[in-house]
Design a protein around this ligand. Structure first.
Ligand code: ADP
Length: 735
């Protein structure tokens, strides 16, 4: 096969492929809404790219959303013929470049060709030609991809739609407001992974299971598991008790605290499990004030230590809403938005007393509550008003001499550690919904972290929202009783940046190699150092020239060295998933549990297979409660983790808990490794820095740290299973 023939064939193939692509694009354009449709709006106006980012788009007061979109559509409805011609122009360009740019077709194959043709004539020539063809085709695809706008299905975007549209326009990507028959590159869902069923490719902006994982009870459980192993590292999450099952424990512990020191008068905040925006939240000082029942049903929720001394600005309590992107679970990739929001209370703060416990505008920073206070200040400025940018608050603190680098570095650490705590369960959900080897999309997700700064500047995690509101308008009472959505420049500034830059990072044309092989494995080693607060250097592609630099900063794997040793539960989850057997399961059956015990050689004369069976039944029964759904029967990850901790305790009695768990992990992994031929060796060096004693931890009230025996007893009790029931999905949460 001559070189010339190869070239011509490749070109023909590429033209055919691109022609098909062009045809598909035309077909897609037909699938778009008619020009009069309110939702279709892809502005081709490049001059608007920068200026629209900071709220400069004229968005008249009192207009309806629909009205605005209609206007956009009629001005900028995508033109089928011009779109088609753009694509055919690309074909011409691509083939020209392939013809004249030698680096494109020789790259990566020349050496192979030269090296092998000397020894292995024809056969290698054919092989090499194939390589050339493939490389050329790949390069052709890349070129075509670079020119074909990334497609985004926005049909399920809900309240993110406005900010998403602006972002897509800025990127000059292609929006499909009604969805599309062919696959899109990106699917933007307003609430959950499952909104568009049967997606088999592309990327979805939600992970399966994230909503369930971040509900108050599950987050508290996940945090508690890691607090057991790493109490000092996870001391940023207030001590919490799960209701109703830990009510007795809560009462006992508070009584003991008060008996020890009569001057201590802690306050607690009670939060319903599925609540958001401050709904159903109240403060108490006595366990007897807990409202445990709704009618005849026990209320599910958490009661949490209340942080009594928050940092105040202008005498007001405030919290931080930080946007965090999980770009990938495997390998774990986390980005943090450099800009966030701060939400202010509207009544001057006083430490809780019996008199002011019910003053929500003093104690709760939720926007959705405070917006209804007469004192709420809507401001177009980013540094005044009841909602401000995070940077304006940090500047203000810096001006007062606060070490904001330290604050920011603590916040980054809090975010990474929290994500490390929830990743194990997320991985279980992920493999159940998107089993490896089956076609499916990949996922990413923007989370909203709510963080409170204590008076001593220590950040405290309040909660993580799986659906942070991306609304860029706020409700305003324009006349008595008449509310209207008006543009909110502060929200637009922050949220459009976050969505646009998330899209940029997820751009399928700009995917970097995942770096899987170079990634240290979960729990690999430990090395602590300060996290620098530096400006992120980002490589920008040429098409991104007009865009501002990324507002999202990579923090993981960047800080892997500092945090990787915390990923122990993830390693337990890896074992769990391995023994789940049938793909799509989330629970271990008794046989799979037996296989785990046998394969990892955990049975002995003291722990026979019969006792393993009883152990399984015992733990599973406590965790599963009364389930009517047979698919949910079996041992879930949380129960497995409890079983694992317990087995580790029996086997390595003399060690502290973290070392026990680590030692058992190493043992299990070694057994599996020896059976699977040596791949996947786990590093054990994290045991080096394990402290000998496990300290109890607490935030505001040191007295709340329970004595060790009680803690141990508690650890048995407090993981009593709260079944993952499907509940109403939370709408996007502004708080
Ligand atoms: P929701 O999801 O209903 O907004 P949060 O957990 O975010 O529930 O709590 C609502 C508000 O209550 C927070 O924004 C914060 O102002 C306040 N808050 C929550 N937990 C604590 C706490 N442990 N200490 C002090 N204030 C808290």
């Amino acid at each position: 096969m001559s070189d010339h023939y190869v070239k011509v064939k490749v070109q023909l193939e590429q033209m055919k492929t691109l022609g098909e692509d062009a045809g598909r694009q035309e077909g897609d354009a037909e699938e778009q809404l008619p020009a009069s449709s309110p939702a279709a709006s892809v502005s081709p106006d490049p001059s608007s790219i920068i200026s629209t980012s900071i709220g400069s788009k004229p968005r008249g007061k009192g207009r309806t959303k629909q009205g605005k979109d209609v206007k956009n559509t009629s001005q900028h409805a995508p033109d089928v013929s011009s779109h088609g011609s753009v694509v055919s122009a690309h074909v011409g360009k691509n083939s020209n470049r392939l013809e004249h740019d030698p680096s494109l077709h020789i790259k990566g194959t020349g050496k192979i060709l030269q090296g092998k043709s000397e020894t292995n004539g024809n056969c290698v020539t054919n092989h090499a030609s194939k390589n050339i063809q493939e490389t050329r085709r790949e390069d052709g695809f890349k070129l075509a991809r670079r020119r074909r706008p990334v497609t985004v299905d926005t049909s399920k975007a809900k309240t993110s739609l406005e900010a998403l549209k602006i972002s897509i326009k800025q990127l000059k990507w292609k929006e499909f407001p009604l969805g599309r028959r062919a696959a899109c590159d990106i699917y933007w869902h307003g609430v959950s992974f499952h909104e568009n069923e049967n997606i088999v490719s592309g990327q979805v902006n939600k992970f399966p299971g994230m909503i369930e994982m971040l509900r108050k009870i599950n987050l508290s459980r996940a945090m508690r598991t890691v607090q057991e192993l790493f109490p000092d590292e996870y001391d940023f999450y207030p001590r919490s008790w799960i209701l109703p099952e830990e009510y007795q424990q809560f009462c006992t512990q508070i009584r003991m605290v008060k008996e020890n020191d009569a001057t201590v008068n802690p306050t607690f905040i009670v939060k319903p499990d599925g609540g958001s925006q401050g709904d159903g939240i109240y403060l108490i000082r006595e366990p007897s004030d807990l409202k445990l029942m709704v009618g005849s049903q026990a209320k599910q929720g958490v009661v949490q230590e209340y942080i009594q001394k928050p940092l105040l600005i202008d005498k007001l309590k405030f919290d931080i809403r930080l946007y965090v992107l999980i770009k990938s679970l495997e390998p774990l990739e986390i980005y943090i938005a450099k800009e966030g929001l701060t939400r202010f209370c509207t009544e001057p703060y006083q430490e809780p007393s019996q008199k002011n416990l019910s003053h929500v505008f003093m104690h709760l920073t939720n926007y959705s509550l405070n917006v209804h206070s007469g004192n709420f200040v809507h401001s177009d400025s980013q540094s005044t008003g009841s909602k401000r940018t995070l940077s304006s608050v940090l500047y203000r603190l810096a001006a007062k001499g606060v070490d904001i680098k330290k604050v920011w570095s603590d916040i980054i650490a809090l975010v990474i550690k929290t994500i490390i705590a929830v990743v194990p369960e997320l991985k279980v959900y992920y493999q159940a919904d998107i089993p490896p080897g089956k076609p499916g999309p990949t996922c990413f997700q923007i989370l909203g972290f709510d963080i409170l700064l204590m008076k001593n500047l220590k950040p405290v995690l309040l909660e993580v929202n799986s659906n942070p509101s991306m609304r860029i308008e706020h409700e305003k009472e324009v006349s008595s009783g008449v509310f209207e959505y008006v543009p909110s420049p502060v929200d637009e500034e922050v949220k459009v940046g976050v969505i646009r830059d998330t899209l940029r990072l997820m751009d399928p044309g700009h995917k970097k190699p995942s770096g899987k092989s170079s990634q240290p494995r979960a729990g690999g080693f430990e090395h602590k150092e300060e996290i620098p607060l530096e400006a992120e250097t980002q490589d920008k592609s040429s098409d991104e020239g007009a865009l501002p630099s990324l507002c999202l900063k990579q923090v993981y794997p960047k800080y892997t060295k500092q945090f990787n040793y915390l990923r122990l539960v993830e390693r337990i989850a890896t074992l769990f998933i391995r023994f789940l057997g049938v793909k799509g399961n989330m629970r271990l059956g008794p046989t799979a549990f037996r296989t785990f015990i046998r394969t990892c050689k955990l049975s002995s004369s003291n722990f026979t297979m019969a006792s393993a069976d009883i152990f399984y039944i015992d733990i599973t029964r406590r965790w599963s409660g009364a389930t009517t759904d047979s698919r949910e029967a079996g041992m879930g990850l949380q129960a497995f983790v409890e079983a694992f901790f317990s087995l580790a305790g029996r086997r390595f009695k003399s060690l502290v808990q973290r070392e026990q768990v680590l030692s058992l992990l190493v043992l299990c992994e070694a057994q599996l490794e020896s059976q699977s031929g040596g791949e996947d060796r786990r590093s054990v060096s994290c045991s080096r820095a394990l402290p000998r004693a496990v300290k109890t931890q607490t935030l505001g009230n040191p007295q709340l740290g329970s004595p060790a025996p009680l803690r141990r007893a508690a650890s048995q009790d407090y993981r009593l299973h709260q079944r993952l029931k499907p509940r109403t999905l939370r709408a996007n949460v502004e708080n």
